[in-house]
Design a protein. Structure first.
Ligand SMILES: Cc1cc2nc3c(=O)[nH]c(=O)nc-3n(C[C@H](O)[C@H](O)[C@H](O)COP(=O)(O)O)c2cc1C
Ligand code: SF4
Ligand code: SF4
Ligand code: SF4
Length: 604
């Protein structure tokens, strides 16, 4: 099927990203095709299986074009009513339109939903629009035009100059300028050279790269071919974790289509430049995202980091000059080449041009994948895009950059979000994970979660990381169990310094950051655990008790029915009581009580 670009063309996009697929979007798509056929509309209305819209919690998502009507949580059974009421009758199905939490109004068009209003979808511009398995859709949106331009009009040096002038910074974490890195690899006079795409994406909760690969694989491939031409490589490796089967499948399809169109392989577009890309599946270890470990893994070795220098640009894969970039970095390249460095610099901030893609999650009303201009404030992300904190609770902190990132309290909500200002504040862009904590989050518990991840994922090569992270986790566990010592905070700081200084790779060097940043901003909370045996957020089970306030309890019995430990007793319409010896402190009674009658007290 070719891509119809007529603005009046009627078509329906159904998300086939991992999120929507797991909530039955393929069945919704099949039902839609069937229904259109039975109504005789299948010739007139196209059904397009697209990539992710980012708003996965609302899936399966369906958008009717050209009117842009946004349907959420569509089930196969509801397809008939959409076809009959909307497509035949011209009347959108009200109850399937998006409704903001706490608001009575349904919102019809997808760009009018708060979640999308402040977004600027450039990198994700094709996700949710094109069928990623159909190269014609990509070609119809100027796909491979940048490659054509590069091969027919530009020298490799000009390509590198353009990417450098755009100040495109790598989106894998550290934000190193892509053009400068390409320049280093070009300069090394040794062949063969390799282009490597880092699609390991091991941060818990992050799925930015996966979405780009699933929804717009050709843009990554095109960026990698351009990088190959620029540095003088003939092969590229796309290292993607095996837990991303859909991304790998779509990449395979896209690579085949690119080969069939003469965009990969021998003598690309008759330019004399030959280049091909191999997919390498990673086994899913976080450390394999570190570039030297990644290359060891491609070589068939155990994925462990090695010292740098030499940097990959000098001696990388099989000791040959190599260029490693993140998925998003490559995907920006065709856009930079087509629209020019000045266009790219007009977006975002002076030192961090362009947009940033985040996975917004945690205690926030609207969660999902977002693309926003660099320079937007944290407050705008949390309150305008994310819709604020659920249940009118108080915001407490935001963790950016995943397990190697940092955490910022309310005082930082108005800082602009870009590589440098986040770093200055003690957090980082990292890969783009953003977790919101509200007043009910215990910051010591929060830090413990990230440290446990580091302990599991440390490759064990160097003692400061291997042993330091375990010792730090033990201290955090002790504190949350009410066994903390006065000396613990000093010991945490001492261990952190040792890990930062003595670890070989950034995993060990940055792992203490979530702990150190929570300690910096929430030291009083740590001290309450240690000195008063008290958890101010009421979360650490060893330090809290659940009791029922007799005056508020209506005796509805809901809590007793939900308590798996049979710790709650009482007659109907009479105040209930919790037996502290039987109570497991799971917190369910407080959650289900509609009368706020369950009180959490700390210390016990
Ligand atoms: C423990 C660890 C994990 C990493 N994981 C990733 C990853 O999943 N994806 C990624 O692009 N970069 C990751 N990085 C950063 C890479 O080592 C490298 O800097 C990056 O791929 C370079 O690409 P960029 O310049 O486009 O950002 C990781 C680094 C460390 C230390
Ligand atoms: S810092 Fe940690 S992950 Fe990195 S090489 Fe050392 S032990 Fe391995
Ligand atoms: S759910 Fe609340 S009101 Fe109902 S019995 Fe339990 S404590 Fe009382
Ligand atoms: S906290 Fe859990 S175990 Fe304890 S009384 Fe409530 S529901 Fe039962």
């Amino acid at each position: 099927m070719s891509a119809n670009t007529d603005p009046d063309h009627r078509w329906i996009a159904i998300c086939m990203g991992t999120g929507c697929t797991s909530s039955a979007s393929p069945e919704v798509g099949d039902a839609l095709v069937e229904e259109l056929k039975s109504q005789g509309l299948d010739e007139e209305i196209e059904v397009r299986r697209t990539g992710c819209f980012g708003f996965c919690e609302q899936g399966p998502i369906m958008v009717v074009y050209p009117d842009e009507t946004f349907y959420t949580r569509v089930s196969p059974r509801q397809v008939k009513s959409i076809v009959e009421s909307h497509l035949v009758g011209g009347e959108p199905v009200e109850k399937l339109l998006y409704k903001d939490p706490g608001s009575a109004d349904r919102i019809e068009k997808w760009h009018e939903i708060g979640f999308y209003r402040k977004q600027q979808r450039i990198l994700l511009g094709n996700c949710g629009v094109i069928d990623p398995e159909n190269i014609d859709h990509y070609l119809a949106r100027d796909g491979y035009a940048a490659l054509d331009k590069v091969l027919s009009e530009m020298t490799p040096e000009q390509v590198i100059d353009e990417v450098t002038a755009a100040r495109l910074r790598g989106r894998g974490g550290a934000g190193f300028p892509a053009g400068v890195k390409w320049g280093f690899a070009r300069k090394t006079q040794d062949w063969p050279k390799y282009v490597i795409c880092n699609a390991d994406e091991g941060d818990p909760g992050a799925f930015m790269d996966r979405s780009v690969l699933e929804g717009d694989p050709h843009s990554v491939i095109e960026g990698m071919i351009i990088a190959g031409y620029a540095i003088g490589a003939q092969s590229g490796y796309l290292y993607c974790r095996a837990e991303y089967p859909l991304a790998i499948q779509r990449l395979g399809i896209a690579l085949d289509q690119a080969r069939q169109h003469g965009l990969l392989g021998e003598d690309i577009l008759g330019s004399g430049f030959s280049y091909d890309i191999i997919i390498k599946e990673g086994a899913g270890a976080f450390v394999c995202g570190e570039e030297t470990a990644l290359m060891a893994s491609i070589e068939g070795e155990r994925g462990q980091p090695r010292p740098r220098p030499p940097y990959p640009a000098v001696a990388g894969l099989w000791d040959q000059p190599s260029n490693v970039n993140n998925v998003k970095t490559y995907a920006y390249v065709p856009r930079v080449i087509m629209n020019g460095a000045e266009w790219f610099k007009s977006l975002g901030t002076e030192s961090s041009p362009g947009t940033a893609v985040f996975a917004l999650t945690g205690m926030v009303n609207r969660t999902g994948l977002i693309e926003v201009p660099m320079g937007i404030t944290l407050r705008e992300i949390i309150y305008d895009v994310g819709g604020g904190i659920p249940n009118n609770r108080q915001f407490k902190a935001i963790q950016t950059g995943g397990p190697l990132g940092g955490c910022l309290p309310e005082a930082y909500l108005d800082i602009p979000v870009d590589f440098d200002s986040l770093q200055k504040a003690g957090a980082v862009m990292g890969s783009g994970g953003m977790v919101i904590a509200d007043e009910t989050t215990c910051m010591v518990e929060f830090a413990k979660f990230f440290m446990r991840f580091t302990c599991d994922e440390s490759c064990g090569k160097c003692p400061p990381c291997r042993i330091g992270s375990i010792r730090m986790l033990e201290i955090l566990e002790r504190i949350t169990e009410g066994e903390g010592k006065q000396s613990d905070l000093e010991e945490i700081r001492w261990l952190a310094e040792g890990m930062q200084r003595g670890s070989l790779c950034a995993l060990g060097q940055l792992a203490p950051q979530p702990v150190i940043s929570t300690l910096q901003h929430f030291e009083a909370e740590y001290r309450a655990h240690i000195e008063d045996r008290r958890c101010p957020a009421g979360k650490c089970t060893a330090l809290i008790n659940f009791t029922i306030v007799a005056e508020l309890c209506t005796g509805c019995m809901v809590c007793a029915r939900n308590c798996a430990s049979n710790a709650i007793t009482g007659n109907k319409k009479e105040p209930h009581v919790i037996d502290p010896d039987l109570c497991e402190r799971c917190g369910l009674c407080a959650e289900v009580c509609n009368f706020d009658a369950v009180l959490i007290t700390s210390p016990r």
